[in-house]
Design a protein around this ligand. Structure first.
Ligand SMILES: Cc1ncc(COP(=O)(O)O)c(C=O)c1O
Length: 398
């Protein structure tokens, strides 16, 4: 049986352990296992936002736009190596939902001979809703799943499943879609900053993701878009804002897009949100994506081993190459267990219908956090199944 001493030894041997000291911990009693949903607060973010507010906004006033204007591209260039993109292929702007809308629209405009958009029925809700809305507005049809791609214009697909953490082979699925004549818009919301995804090597052409989960960019931090360099000049996105104009301050009568990734910009970006995103991304860049993904493997492997030993069911793949940065514990009482855990300072999250997600965020999660969290889940689960109501004496009270 794995013991807490084993977890302590793993924390001591962890080459990324010191990164936790770069984050604010306001209550040491809290065991935070939800960094896959909202990453913790880098201490540098607080300092940097203060500097930007006082030194750039208050002192520089509107003159600071000189240094702010290209921030979405600069932060994109910092993020690029973490997802296998080249400089100039990533821009950080707006929410993942908006970015997805833009790229699905733009991809459809490149496949006018086809009318089908393929997406899995179990995909994250916003992706399905965006696809349904575009199909509804443009007379396209939505197909569930990716088996038949022969008549598909655009595939929308997450790299990491938000419930099970199952990972798709991006290179193989991009190649299969391309052979069938379809374009893929990849969603890296649960992959960026935790897996060593190499979009360039995989031949991926279009992708979106967020920066507030494993990248620790802060609540509502902007999402990002990736467009392979070769595709950029051909991409016509649907929201023509002035930040995407090739000559923004000419204030001309008609829209003409920039030739580069900047054509995806819309209106004035939130500089404070971009500042926070930049600091989170910078921290991950400093740690290194290979080191981060190695720790994610180790944490999730440890969690799966504990699940087995503690008798907890999980839907997360055993193969480390097919597993993201969280572990899904499956339990009939998941809905009530999550608040019961929170009452004991263990923060996880619930996903319909029966999943407790254990987020393993490599820069902040310790092996002891995983150990303590899973042991408590097993205890509470045992209590819930041995409680009189659950024992089935009175089904009406269950
Ligand atoms: C897989 C996936 N896609 C898209 C989104 C939506 O992101 P946003 O709300 O930032 O637009 C999320 C949010 O958690 C997500 O998990």
């Amino acid at each position: 049986m794995t013991s807490r001493i084993d977890a302590i030894a793993l924390d001591r041997a962890d080459p990324l352990a010191s990164f936790r000291d770069e984050f604010l911990v306001t209550d040491p009693a809290v065991i935070y296992l939800d960094g896959n949903s909202l990453g913790m607060t880098p201490a540098r973010t607080v300092t940097r936002i203060h500097e930007v507010v006082t030194g750039e906004w208050a002192s520089g006033l509107i003159g600071s736009w000189d240094r702010w204007l290209d921030m979405p591209q600069r932060v994109g260039d910092r993020l690029a190596p973490l997802i296998g993109a080249a400089p100039g292929e990533v821009v950080v702007h707006d929410s993942t939902t908006v970015n997805l809308y833009q790229l699905v629209h733009a991809a459809l405009a490149l496949r006018t001979d086809r009318t089908v958009i393929a997406i899995d029925a179990g995909e994250f809700p916003t992706d399905r809703y965006v696809v349904q809305g575009i199909a509804d507005a443009t007379g396209r049809t939505v197909r569930d799943g990716f088996v038949e791609l022969g008549d598909v214009a655009v595939v929308v697909r997450s790299v990491v499943d938000y419930r099970t953490a199952a990972v798709v082979d991006v290179a193989a699925e991009t190649a299969r879609a391309r052979a069938a004549g379809a374009l893929v818009v990849w969603d890296l919301a649960h992959a960026a900053g935790v897996l060593a995804v190499d979009l360039g090597a995989a031949g991926a052409e279009l992708a979106v993701g967020c920066s507030y989960k494993f990248l620790n960019g802060g609540p509502g931090a902007p999402g990002w878009s990736y467009v392979a360099a070769a595709l950029q000049p051909h991409l016509r996105q649907p929201i023509w804002g002035w930040f995407a104009h090739v000559d923004q301050f000419a204030m001309g009568p008609t829209f003409a897009p920039r030739p580069d990734i900047g054509r995806l910009l819309l209106g004035t970006p939130s500089i404070l949100a971009l500042t926070a995103a930049d600091e989170g991304i910078a921290l991950s860049a400093r740690a290194g994506i290979l080191e981060i993904s190695a720790k994610a493997d180790a944490l999730t492997a440890f969690a799966l081993r504990l699940c087995d030993e503690l008798g907890l069911a999980t839907s997360t793949p055993r193969d480390p190459a097919r597993r993201g940065g969280h572990v899904a514990v499956v339990h009939d009482d998941a809905r009530t267990l999550v608040p019961a855990l929170a009452a004991r300072c263990v923060i996880t999250d619930f996903r319909e219908p029966d999943v407790i997600r254990i987020g393993c965020s490599p820069l902040t999660t310790r092996f002891t956090d995983v150990y303590d969290g899973l042991v408590l889940i097993a205890q509470l689960a045992a209590d819930s199944s041995s409680s009189p109501a659950d024992a089935g004496t009175d089904p009406a009270q269950r």
